[in-house]
Design a protein around this ligand. Structure first.
Ligand code: BGC
Length: 339
């Protein structure tokens, strides 16, 4: 089946849509056991809670004054750290209402209807809604009123903006992040160290939208397995336009390599696009190439939504998109590598 590289591209805020009848491509394999067990969203929900893994600095990027990527410098209503939690009374709170014009007027298939549109009432929050996963990794989310309708409320607190901003779905918008790593080696093939710990490198892309370096992740398509998203996004973002003759060999290598991934994080992400009613969640998996002879050998080539791709050495000084640095730190802990 022909798989359009532009469909549901990860980083593009104006994502175009994959056809509704998208199916898992033949030969796509599930992830490791651990990954598989976690895959299917369940409708049996735990009460809303803050994930244990949640980085402490929640709503830093999702509270920046200028809302990144929106035309005419949309600004968020500014609140203090101490005012983020919903259980703090804030009668003066006046979040800015914003949903991208393109979403409201073009009504792309990847986006939900707006509150006043036909079909809004049929959305089933907190459950699998047809092939759209509206279940949050962080448990059952509350609903709040917006223009007389009930919309999801951000489980991590206030962001200073209502509506969906640049995001298509009300509530959770699900992504997946493949963290592909290898050890940094010198020209003789010896692993480079900092102190007594090996230095890791990961495949990083530079996003076109914010220009920040990031993991080559992307949105989970309706009905798609996270395992398929991880592999697809890596292919689209980091391996674009590889030479034809290399393609088959590379495809097989990737298929093999992506069979064994370790779950690093699943849950809410402090993404700059988040609003009080729409937010990003991700499943991040590490695929480590211990001897550097598998993924370590694959030629990298930036895809549509990336302006550059490279192996980036990991150190606590790196600055990355959204919560990506937290995921990378966890990978280093897992592999007992330098951070
Ligand atoms: C990106 C992922 C990221 C997620 C949440 C997606 O658009 O492609 O890499 O983790 O947003 O920030």
């Amino acid at each position: 089946m022909v798989r359009c590289r532009r469909f549901f591209c990860c980083c593009c805020p104006n994502r175009c849509s994959r056809s509704k009848d998208y199916e898992q491509a033949p030969g796509e394999e599930p992830l490791t056991k651990a990954a598989e067990e976690e895959e299917s969203p369940t409708t049996e929900q735990q009460p809303q809670q803050q994930s244990e893994d949640m980085p402490a600095n929640v709503h830093q990027k999702a509270r920046t004054e200028v809302y990144q990527g929106a035309p005419d410098d949309k600004k968020r209503y500014q609140i203090k750290d101490s005012e983020v939690a919903w259980n703090i009374e804030l009668p003066s709170y006046a979040p800015v209402l914003y949903t991208q014009e393109k979403i409201l007027t073009d009504k792309p298939v990847w986006a939900d209807p707006d509150v006043a549109d036909d079909g809004f009432e049929n959305i089933k929050f907190n459950e699998m809604d047809g092939n759209v996963n509206r279940v949050s990794y962080n448990g059952k989310y509350d609903l709040e009123e917006l223009e007389g309708k009930k919309v999801p409320r951000n489980p991590m607190g206030r962001t200073g903006m209502r509506g969906r901003g640049l995001l298509g779905k009300w509530g959770p918008n699900h992504a997946a992040d493949p963290i592909v790593t290898r050890f940094k080696r010198d020209k003789d093939g010896n692993i480079e160290k900092q102190g007594d710990k090996p230095i890791l490198e990961f495949v990083a892309i530079q996003r076109r939208d914010t220009k920040e370096w990031a993991i080559p992740g992307g949105m989970v398509d309706g009905g798609e397995h996270v395992s398929a998203t991880l592999k697809r996004e890596f292919g689209e973002e980091a391996l674009n336009s590889i030479e034809e003759e290399q393609k088959e060999e590379t495809k097989n290598l990737i298929t093999e390599f992506f069979k064994a991934g370790d779950k690093i994080y699943e849950g809410y992400v402090d993404d700059p696009r988040n609003t009080d009613n729409a937010w990003m969640e991700t499943a991040a998996y590490n695929f480590h190439d211990d001897d550097g002879k598998k993924a370590g050998k694959i030629p990298l080539n930036a895809g549509d939504d990336a302006q550059a791709v490279r192996w980036m050495a990991i150190d606590s000084g790196i600055q990355l998109y959204a919560s990506h640095k937290d995921f990378i730190r966890k990978v280093c802990e897992k592999l007992n590598a330098h951070f």
